[in-house]
Ligand binder design. Structure first.
Ligand code: GCU
Length: 333
């Protein structure tokens, strides 16, 4: 089956049709797993994944370990997805926006306002009764299994041209979004013109004026140094973003029952550690970026909230998606 990534008007979305399979990957006795990440080594995702590798190695008497490749060294997320699908890379952290290009049902969790906060999000996305079918939905088509994920925290906007308070302030401005039809529509609803682009290209694009704005969490704003070139942050809090851990399905199936159980248990500990690290990492990022010249503006986000309110109705297009959305909302406090 060919994996074809939807090109949505930007970035390197060529989708060269990698074949799902990954037979070369079967290594039932153990190996050093390669994990693709697009964050720096200071980022809580790197720290939690690196610690996961150590726990896994210890608990399997050295049979299995993990080498985390940060900073897109194995490729940006679109490439990483292909590489895990064809088995040449074992694991990757990819944003939910990437998975909606393979199965539109993933869109539901990429919507603004579907999650109230990190705690709500983690409860939903690790509840097998809600996500079981979704997470196995890419196994036959793409040899990808989703094992849960890490929060991206609340995302807001940052700009090269001063703070924003309403969609009018974005008129004629180019806002970078992830490679997702939903997030392109989201940028337009925020009043901007949408520019989909891979994460690692954003700094230079902001610096050179190809972009006027980005949207992310404080941790990435700091670790990617985007504050240096887009120093005004405005708290739109438009969504709580989500990163998934994906593994090559054949690799997972090839593990002994004992090692698979250890692999999954140590992963659970890793995402719990990530959630614990997140709050402090966010506070640190705000302090560091402020010291580096950024200003964080608390704004009344009502005009933006109103502009985004139609997206759920527009992008939920099936009963399965509605059921996922309802299950997520029902789990809110
Ligand atoms: C966050 C997220 C990444 C994502 C990035 C982006 O940093 O954790 O997975 O790639 O945002 O905006 O592209």
């Amino acid at each position: 089956t060919a994996l074809t990534l939807a090109a949505c008007g930007g970035g390197d979305a060529e989708g060269d049709g990698a074949t799902a399979g990954g037979g070369e990957n079967a290594a039932a006795d153990g190996k050093t797993l390669r994990l693709a990440l697009n964050q720096t080594e200071e980022h809580p995702s790197f720290i939690a994944l690196d610690n996961w590798g150590n726990s896994l190695e210890e608990a399997t008497d050295g049979r299995w370990s993990i080498e985390v490749y940060p900073n897109e060294t194995l490729g940006a997320q679109q490439e990483a997805l292909q590489l895990v699908s064809d088995g040449s890379v074992d694991l990757a952290i990819v944003s939910g926006t990437q998975l909606e290009n393979l199965n539109e049902d993933f869109r539901v969790f990429n919507l603004p306002k579907v999650f109230d906060d990190v705690e709500h999000q983690m409860k939903v996305i690790h509840d097998d009764a809600i996500v079981g079918d979704l997470y196995s939905s890419l196994e036959e088509s793409n040899s990808l299994t989703v094992l849960g994920g890490f929060t991206q925290g609340a995302r807001s906007v940052y700009t090269t041209f001063g703070p924003v308070e309403s969609p009018e302030d974005f008129a004629g401005k180019k806002l970078r979004v992830q490679e997702s039809d939903l997030h392109i529509a989201m940028a337009e609803a925020l009043g901007a013109s949408a520019t989909p682009m891979a994460f690692g290209e954003v700094y230079t694009a902001l610096q050179s004026g190809v972009l006027d704005a980005g949207e992310n969490n404080e941790v990435s704003y700091w670790t990617q140094k985007h504050y240096e070139v887009a120093p005004d942050w405005s708290y739109t809090n438009h969504l709580v973003g989500l990163d998934y851990l994906i593994v090559n399905s054949d690799l997972l199936e090839g593990m002994s029952e004992e090692d698979k159980a250890i692999f999954l248990d140590t992963w659970t500990a890793a995402h719990e550690e990530h959630t614990e690290l997140w709050t402090t990492a966010t506070q640190d990022a705000i302090e560091q970026a402020t010291a580096g010249g950024a200003t964080f503006h608390e704004i009344d986000s009502a005009a933006f909230d109103e502009a985004l309110s139609g997206l759920a109705a527009e992008f939920i297009t099936s009963d399965t998606q509605q059921a996922l959305y309802d299950a997520a909302r029902n789990a809110a406090e």
